[in-house]
Write a protein that binds this ligand. Structure first.
Ligand code: COA
Length: 721
């Protein structure tokens, strides 16, 4: 049976099945009543703005302002404390100074309030004292089974309830975009921008310090929200990598999730002592996690919202073949370049389309993709071109470019594009109106008709690329994960680690690492430790020749440099001599370094040199590496990464295929292909090993020799915490 068949049985991803929403947020988003603790009658105070926002959003439930000094606020009866309200309160928004929040949260707990939005600042963002206050607040919420957003947030909105439980200046129109932001400032800026651009939202959530509810909870909630079509996030970190991966995987199986992640992850800050650790850049765990979970990563705010507009307003393309219709050559070429840049495809029109275009358009027009309807084109010529192109089955999406000439009728062309979109609603359409004043009316018409119209074609193509990537992932089907792996002995590994720890070491000796490999069914070169020449000779006779001998000391990184390695040893005399020679050499170079003995390793035939490694990310756990191995690993940097959590069979295959090493494995320049399945088997078993033992902080198997049949781990370095 193939290693993939053997260990990656195609059961459905348990992560998808198991994923559970931490809290039921129904009453959080659709409360029947809301209390505002710290409500104020004073104009200009946050406690006043929140009350006004809730009222003006059209909220239909009961509103209870709470302030011991007032009888009424904004004509609503005011209560001294939440304990004085005799009715059920589903949600409390807290806007009192940080020090007062604990008492309020406790009172909410006592009166059965299950949801809090804590606006107050002055928590972990202010330092140690604030952090302790925040921990205490989180503890109170946990004890009382309260779901809390914040603290230090702007609040939340649901336009469909409707409810604006925030102190933001704007309440956006109803829409199908859920926006989750770790930055309050970014959120209010976007809301203001969206008012001008007519962008609608379903939910808007300001995460604040994420002391209780996190981005993962809201991503999941939005994934199950029937009115949300696309989920947008701005985050600086994730609160819990594992939960995030599960939530994001589930969400992306339902709808697109687009994330702008700023800041640098902790992984890079960790001093890496392995090759794998050094190769994994600071942000790598995030980009790997996003890719594995099917999240579309945007790099700018502009791109985040361009993609949101595209996903919200247009259907997902069924493929990557793009048709371009333009009235000018230059922009057509720019667009073609961008299509190639994003690894999309210029649609190749079928014969009928080309013939149809030839008979309808002037002789000077280009009837191949990009279709050039020429500078003097009126709306009619665009109509003829669109009719032909949109009916072609080899076209998955279309971009219409318009440059302003003296005879361009921007609004007429907009009408034609809108008609075409109505006639072919299943194919996404985008426009680039490349100009300003002259084209503004037409661009506005398109946006009102929900056809994304950008100023430049690059934006349209980037949006199509994001949509195509999402479509490809969906069509790839459900992921499979590692099933139960046979032939794994955890006890052996546990015992080895216990002994290493008792010995006060962090790095395993080669012979210990070889036994770990053996316990996990990873084929490796037999390696034993000898502490005297006599023992070495005995071991050598059992192992057989030829042999390699190496000094055993985790303190010595470059063994060859200190005369600590002898290769091609063919008899017991050579074993005895080499033992003494290596010991002397090492003593001469490094007199103070304690050595554990000399290791004997079976000399293996050469194969294709690979590296399989792991570095542990603080957020996402084990990050697996695969690539070209040997001494030039750091120079060549031919390495692909994936998180071990939920690693799937197709992902391992894709990981191998991403590297140049895969070209060698497939048989380069007449060489025989190597046993890729055996390599995959080592990957899978290594991923299992580092998942089963969180104390493994780093692992390098370098090299792994891949043969025509089979593969073998040669040098294994395992570091434990
Ligand atoms: N129960 C009910 N009302 C209370 C209360 C309690 N336990 N404690 C205080 N209040 C009342 C106050 O008497 C006051 O009433 P008043 O307006 O009638 O005088 C009101 O609540 C507000 O308290 P006050 O002490 O005046 O605070 P404030 O309004 O100046 O500031 C915050 C409160 C929460 C807005 C402020 O502490 C804060 O954190 N600001 C920053 C918010 C922020 O930026 N969040 C993050 C965005 S990204």
């Amino acid at each position: 049976m193939s290693p993939i068949g053997m260990v990656l049985e195609s059961e459905e991803c348990p992560q998808l099945k198991k994923v559970k929403r931490l809290a039921d947020l129904t009453s959080f988003f659709k409360p029947t009543s809301v209390a505002i603790v710290g409500a104020s009658s004073k104009e200009g105070k946050i406690g006043n703005a929140i009350v006004k926002n809730i009222i003006s959003s059209g909220y239909k439930g009961k509103i209870f302002p709470i302030n011991p000094k007032d009888k009424t606020i904004e004509s609503l009866e005011c209560y001294p404390s939440v304990l004085d309200i005799k009715e059920n309160v589903d949600l409390a928004v807290i806007s009192v100074p940080a020090a007062g929040t604990l008492k309020v949260a406790e009172e909410c707990g006592r009166s059965g309030v299950k949801n809090l939005v804590v606006i107050s600042a002055g928590f972990k963002e202010t330092g140690h004292q604030g952090l302790n206050l925040e921990k205490e607040l989180a503890r109170i919420c946990k004890e009382n089974n309260i779901s809390m957003l914040g603290p230090n947030c702007v609040g939340m909105m649901d336009t469909h309830v409707p409810l604006n439980a925030s102190f933001a200046a704007n309440f956006p129109p109803k829409g199908d975009i859920a926006f989750i932001s770790q930055s309050g400032a970014m959120l209010v800026a976007i809301l203001d921008w969206s008012m001008v651009n007519g962008l609608g939202f379903s939910k808007v959530i300001s995460l604040g310090n994420k002391a209780n509810l996190t981005e993962s909870d809201f991503i999941l909630e939005a994934a199950h929200d029937p009115v949300t079509r696309v989920i947008l996030c701005y985050i600086e970190d994730v609160a819990d990598g594992e939960h995030f991966l599960r939530a994001a995987r589930e969400a992306t199986s339902r709808k697109p999730v687009i994330i702008l992640k700023s800041g640098v992850s902790q992984a890079g800050a960790q001093a890496a002592s392995s090759h794998t650790g050094a190769l994994a850049g600071s942000d790598l765990a995030y980009s790997t996690a996003f890719a594995q979970a099917g999240v579309i990563r945007s790099t700018t705010m502009a791109e985040l919202f361009d993609l949101a507009v595209a996903f919200s307003r247009q259907p997902i393309p069924s493929g990557s073949r793009v048709a371009v219709i333009t009235n000018a050559g230059g922009p057509g070429i720019v667009t073609t370049d961008r299509i190639e840049h994003h690894k999309l495809t210029m649609a190749r029109f079928n014969k009928n389309t080309v013939e149809g275009l030839r008979t309808s358009l002037p002789a000077e027009a280009n009837v191949y993709n990009p279709v050039d309807v020429l500078g003097d084109a009126g709306a009619d010529r665009y109509r003829l071109a669109l009719e032909k192109v949109m009916t072609d089955e080899s076209v998955d999406s279309a971009v219409v470019l318009v440059c302003p000439t003296a005879v361009t009728n921007a609004e007429g062309i907009a009408r034609v594009i809108i008609e075409a979109h109505r006639s072919y609603p299943e194919k996404p359409m985008f426009a680039a109106y490349m100009g300003g004043e002259m084209l503004a009316g037409g661009a506005h018409m398109l946006n009102v008709a929900r056809i994304p119209c950008f100023t430049f074609p690059e934006t349209a193509i980037a949006a199509i690329a994001g949509m195509s990537a999402y479509a490809n992932r969906k069509s790839a089907g459900k992921p499979v994960v590692m099933g139960e792996i046979q032939g794994v002995d955890r006890h052996v590994v546990k015992e080895i680690f216990q002994r290493v720890k008792a010995d006060g070491r962090l790095v395993l000796l080669g012979s210990e690492a070889a036994r770990v490999m053996e316990a996990y069914g990873i084929p490796s070169a037999p390696t034993v430790l000898a502490t005297s020449p006599e023992e070495a000779m005995e071991q050598a006779e059992i192992m057989g020749f030829p042999l390699v001998m190496k000094v055993a000391s985790p303190k010595i990184l470059h063994k060859t440099d200190v005369g600590g390695v002898k290769i091609g040893i063919n008899n017991v005399e050579e074993v005895s001599n080499s033992f003494l020679e290596i010991s002397e050499n090492v003593h001469k170079y490094l007199p103070r370094v304690v050595i554990h003995g000399i290791e004997l390793q079976k000399m293996m035939p050469r194969g294709i040199e690979l590296i399989i490694g792991m570095t542990r990310d603080v957020q996402f756990g084990p990050l697996m590496a695969f690539g070209l191995g040997g001494i030039y690993v750091n120079l060549l940097k031919d390495v692909a990464f994936r998180l071990a959590a939920g690693l799937t069979g197709p992902e391992i295959e894709a990981m191998i295929a991403e590297t140049k090493a895969s070209t060698l494995l497939r048989g380069y320049r007449g060489e025989e292909p190597a046993d890729i399945k055996a390599v995959t088997n080592i990957m899978v078993r290594s991923a299992r090993l580092v998942t089963d033992f969180p104390e493994i902080t780093e692992m390098d198997i370098n090299p792994v020799f891949a043969y025509k049949q089979g593969a073998s781990a040669l040098d294994v370095k395992i570091t434990v915490s």
